[in-house]
Each structure stands twice: as C-alpha cells, then as structure tokens.
Write a protein that binds this ligand. Structure first.
Ligand SMILES: Cc1ncc(COP(=O)(O)O)c(C=O)c1O
Length: 256
C-alpha cells in the first residue's frame, strides 16, 4: 500500500472519522487500477466519470508529457467521435455536434487518414503532443481502421515524440472479441481511454497511461518521485473516487 494511505490511516487512528471513507476509497481505487492496468499492460490509471472526461484527461496528460508549450497539438482522425465536452468536441468529426459551437477549441486538428501525405504532414516533433484514434470508429459507422494505419500512426508518433491515445470507450472491454480491440492489431498505444461498460451501468471512465508517458510527465515537472499523475497534472473531479463505480469497475474487469 502506498505511503500516502499509511499516513492517512495513522491520522485516522487518532479519531478523524471522515478519513475512514477516504482510506477505503483509495484502497478500492488501487485495487481497480491494479487490475485494469494488468489486463491492459499499462502502468497508471486515472478514474473519472465519463468517456469525454477520460479523453480530456488524456489530452492533459499528453500536453504535460510534451513539456514544450509549442508542442501542444492534438491530432484526431476523419470520422472520429471522442465526446461532447468542449475539447473533445474539437476532436470529434461530426458536423451536427460541432457546428452550433464554432469556433471550437484551438490546438486540435482533424486529419484525413486516407491521405498518407496529409497524415505525415500533420504529425510533427515540433507541434504534436498526441494523436487520438478509435481502433474501431463507432459513431463513424463501425469503421475498423486498418492495422497498417495504426502501425503507421505508432511509428509517426514515436518519431515525433508524441503520445498515441487509443479511445476504446466504444470498442473496448470485450466488444470486438478481445478485452481491448488493440490486442488484435499488434499496436500498443501509450494511453488508453475507457468508459461505458467499465462502470457496469454506473458513471465511470478511465485513462490508462504507460510508464514512458508517466516518466515524461514527471521529467517535465521535475518531480522524480510521486507516481500520482492526476495530482501532478491537477486532474480531479468531485466523483472520481466514487466507491460504488470503482467497485463496479473492479468486479467487471476481475470477472474477465
Ligand atoms: C468512441 C467514443 N469516445 C468517447 C465517447 C464519449 O463518452 P461519454 O458519452 O461517456 O462522454 C463516446 C460515447 O459514445 C464514444 O463512443
């Protein structure tokens, strides 16, 4: 158990009863995070309340990892759907969601992935913080993106030092026959976002982050020690430790 829990537990011993709930919720979180990370071969999990919040979190993690303010762009693909919040809307290529809210948040661009030259031009070491992709586009029409495209995105993001985010909010958690759709592609992203089935009917989302990105965030913030990424990037929501949803997530993934 992390030191943080032990310290809180110690204070609790001296009669701070409300802390009991906090310790309990943190323990539930550690257990759910450990399970889902083990299944996804990731290293860190941040829980939130929805898919859109998970993608917002992933964008913030990517920008922190990039360190340089010029290296801020998020690239999303033609046909994508990543949510209805203000930033995820800018990464969503659905005109009827976007048009009423123009101008959308800057720094997020949509690229036609069927034009390889355009894709290559869009992803650069100087400007790109992350590329976000649904391995199977849901709202885009159950569009299975070719493995070769995902491989190319992996290569381009690696060369650019940018994060590759797989949005598995719709296609993950068993919906394609494996727990994660990307397991069938041979491509492993740096971050995975989940929601929908994760909470088994309760509001629940998650960002899973690999150690390379976590280390980049710690380096950028010059904080080698604490593994608590959400605290480092100041990512929090009132209900991001909701015990019932966390338990539901744990039970759901533990059953697989
Ligand atoms: C691929 C994808 N990403 C993100 C979202 C947004 O999730 P939520 O509705 O939980 O905010 C959805 C919702 O349908 C989705 O299908």
């Amino acid at each position: 158990m992390p030191l943080r829990l032990a310290v809180v537990g110690h204070r609790l011993w001296f009669g701070h009863l409300p802390l009991l709930r906090r310790v309990h919720r943190d323990a539930e979180q550690e257990r759910a995070a450990g399970k889902v990370c083990a299944l996804a071969a990731m290293d860190n999990a941040f829980f939130c309340n929805s898919g859109a919040e998970a993608n917002e979190g992933a964008f913030k993690f990517a920008r922190r990892a990039a360190a340089d303010p010029a290296k801020h762009e998020i690239v999303a693909l033609k046909g994508a759907f990543h949510g209805r919040t203000f930033a995820t809307l800018a990464a969503t290529d659905r005109p009827h969601y976007r048009e009423p809210f123009q101008p959308l948040v800057p720094g997020i661009r949509i690229v036609d992935y069927t034009k390889p030259a355009e894709l290559r031009r869009a992803i650069s070491r100087e400007r790109t913080a992350a590329v976000i992709v649904e391995p199977v586009q849901g709202e885009g029409g159950i569009n299975v993106l070719p493995d070769a495209l995902l491989r190319e995105l992996r290569d381009l993001t690696r060369a650019a030092g940018a994060a590759l985010i797989f949005d598995e909010i719709q296609c993950g958690l068993g919906r394609t026959g494996t727990l994660f759709a990307y397991e069938q592609t041979g491509v492993v992203p740096g971050m995975v976002t989940l929601a929908k089935a994760l909470g088994g009917g309760l509001p629940m989302g998650a960002v899973l982050v690999n150690e390379t990105i976590a280390a980049a965030i710690r380096r950028a913030l010059a904080r080698p020690a604490p593994p608590d990424l959400p605290r480092l990037v100041r990512e929090r929501f009132t209900w991001d430790r909701a015990a019932a949803a966390t338990l539901a997530a744990y039970r759901g993934v533990a059953a697989d």
